[in-house]
Design a protein around this ligand. Structure first.
Ligand code: GLC
Length: 547
């Protein structure tokens, strides 16, 4: 079936962290051929999840100071992941299954090993001299240290400026010193970026995630940020007025999007870095989504979820299309976040099912993170053993968690190394591998994986879920999150019991005169059955009904 032109709105996107999805050559690191070998899991087969697109975290050559988010060649493929021919095979195999391919574009900064930066640091003249943000030191401190151009901090701790001996100037880096920020004010930089986008579009790519897009422009005068008194010395110690969200971004973003729009049916999703829902709404456009992360970090509470949605709806209004994300490669996995420390993992799994029902029935485009469909939890890896630069640089001033914990190998089956690799996996497999793996959950109709499959099917069959409007429903129990989705001829009612006790709920008036029928529940009732009051939800039951 041909995908809708607005698949970016109706579809479900699945994020793959390529290092950790599947290793085909035994080096312990996942690769593109490994992804191709596991496409049945994602789409095109009867037992697939049925996702519409995959987003690959960066696959470009990188020295991995920030695991691919420091790019040394924007149009190449890192040999550890494969070759360009492997990439083309991946795109063809995905397209044959009706799966779109989204790449991660890291355009705020490159690697310090990128040829552009190598050339730029050689001196103040030459074609690349102005491709990064270089500044003289404004003088020396009384203790004979060079003053920095302003007070900006790096997100991973330390100042955002590093002195370069070769060029005799400071350069700016919002993240690591090995991730120098590109100078978006230079038209030659913007032209080179557009060439990168066109190259990947010509290779069949359907969309791009724009890494930290709202940091592309900095204040023209590089004014210092206001300081928050008493907030330490890290990123959070400043109000980030001048190092992101600059007005020039809007025009540059439009230029970049116009290149993407040269080919119909292509999209972008911008990662709003450290921003609010109102900022997210202001940057969204048809075909161009924004991650606002309003839902990340919520406690396990129906009221907290309801309030987050209410606030976001107030910013987004009925026109702007949101994205829904509970986990990604930068955040602790949500099944672990929602675990009840006093209960066993079955309670956490039941909560993960509720979360899945939420994610796949909320208004907006859902983004799933590999492994969440089997409710993977965090790996226990202390900061002292981290690969993640954020954790390695963690300090009292800029405390940080270890993102490796959310980036572990996918457990495909039981047995040594979970079918992920024949070699030594770069990160350990989870300790509950024997029962928490894809093959085992695929056989179990009650598993989290089976529920994801059913939810994706229900969503695929419902225009109201894919495109409809949304309104909160008051069912009379604050522990039940309930809402209604509506399109021209159907409405869908969703009730999620966040509590580990039964909950009696009131049904809303059916839009078409009723009655409500069950579309899916995580408990006993059968699809197609009529719903009549009183409806008692079981503990941690998710119920989806239609009229
Ligand atoms: C984004 C990425 C993150 C990376 C950072 C710097 O936030 O998601 O993984 O470390 O940008 O590129």
């Amino acid at each position: 079936m041909a995908a809708a032109a607005d698949w970016w709105r109706t579809g479900v996107v699945y994020q793959i962290y390529p290092r950790s999805f599947a290793d085909s050559n035994g080096d312990g690191v996942g690769d593109l051929a490994g992804i191709v070998a596991h496409l049945d899991h994602l789409g095109g087969a009867s037992e697939s999840l049925g996702v519409d697109a995959i987003w690959l975290s960066p696959i470009y050559p990188s020295p991995d100071f920030d695991f691919g988010y420091d790019v040394a060649d924007y149009t190449g493929v890192d040999p550890r992941f494969g070759t360009l021919a492997d990439f083309e095979r991946l795109v063809a195999a995905c397209h044959a299954r009706g799966i779109k391919v989204i790449l991660d574009l890291v355009l705020n900064h490159s690697s310090h090993r990128h040829p552009w930066f190598r050339a730029s640091r050689t001196g103040r003249d030459g074609p690349f001299a102005d491709w990064y943000i270089w500044r003289d030191s404004p003088g020396q401190t009384p203790t004979a240290r060079r003053r920095r151009p302003n007070n900006w901090r790096g997100f991973f701790g330390g100042p955002a400026w590093t002195w370069d001996e070769t060029r005799g100037q400071f350069y700016l880096h919002t993240f690591l010193p090995q991730q120098p920020d590109l100078n978006w004010r230079n038209p030659a930089v913007r032209a080179a970026i557009k060439d990168v986008v066109r190259t990947w579009l010509a290779r069949g790519v359907d969309g791009f995630r724009l890494d930290v897009f709202n940091t592309f422009f900095k204040d023209a005068a590089l004014r210092s940020n206001p300081v928050r008194p008493g907030a330490g010395g890290g990123w959070g110690s400043q109000v980030h007025l001048f190092d992101r969200n600059r007005p020039e971004l809007v025009g540059a973003l439009a230029e970049l999007r116009a290149v993407v729009d040269e080919r119909p049916g292509r999209m972008t999703v911008g990662e709003l870095f450290d921003g609010t829902a109102a900022e997210a709404a202001s940057y969204a456009a048809p075909g161009h989504l924004i991650f606002d992360f309003a839902l990340l970090g919520l406690p396990w509470s129906a009221a907290a979820f309801a309030e987050a949605i209410r606030k976001r709806d107030a910013s987004f209004g009925p026109e702007v299309w949101p994205t829904n994300v509970l986990s990604n490669h930068d955040q602790p996995r949500h099944a672990g976040r929602y675990d009840d420390p006093g209960a066993d993992a079955s309670v956490g799994d039941a909560r993960a099912k509720i979360a899945a029902a939420f994610l796949l029935t909320q208004r907006g485009t859902p983004f799933l993170y590999y492994g969440e469909e089997i409710a993977l939890r965090a790996l226990a890896i202390p900061n002292s053993e981290a690969f993640d630069p954020q954790a390695r640089r963690s300090s009292a001033d800029a405390p940080a968690w270890n993102r490796d914990q959310a980036r572990g190998p996918m457990p495909w089956q039981s047995g040594r190394d979970g079918g992920f690799t024949n070699g030594q996996p770069w990160l350990p497999l989870p300790p509950d591998l024997e029962f928490r793996n894809v093959a085992r959950q695929a056989r179990d109709p009650e598993s989290v994986l089976s529920l994801y499959r059913q939810l994706l099917r229900v969503r695929r069959e419902s225009q109201a879920l894919q495109r409809g409007s949304q309104e909160a429903a008051n069912v009379g129990d604050a522990d039940v999150l309930a809402y209604r989705r509506r399109d021209a001829d159907r409405s869908v009612f969703v009730a999620l019991n966040f509590a580990s006790r039964p909950a009696a709920i009131r049904l809303p008036e059916p839009a078409r005169g009723g009655p409500w029928r069950i579309s899916l529940t995580t408990h006993r009732r059968k699809p197609g059955d009529l719903l009549a009051e009183p409806v008692i939800l079981a503990p941690l039951e998710a119920l989806i009904a239609y009229d």
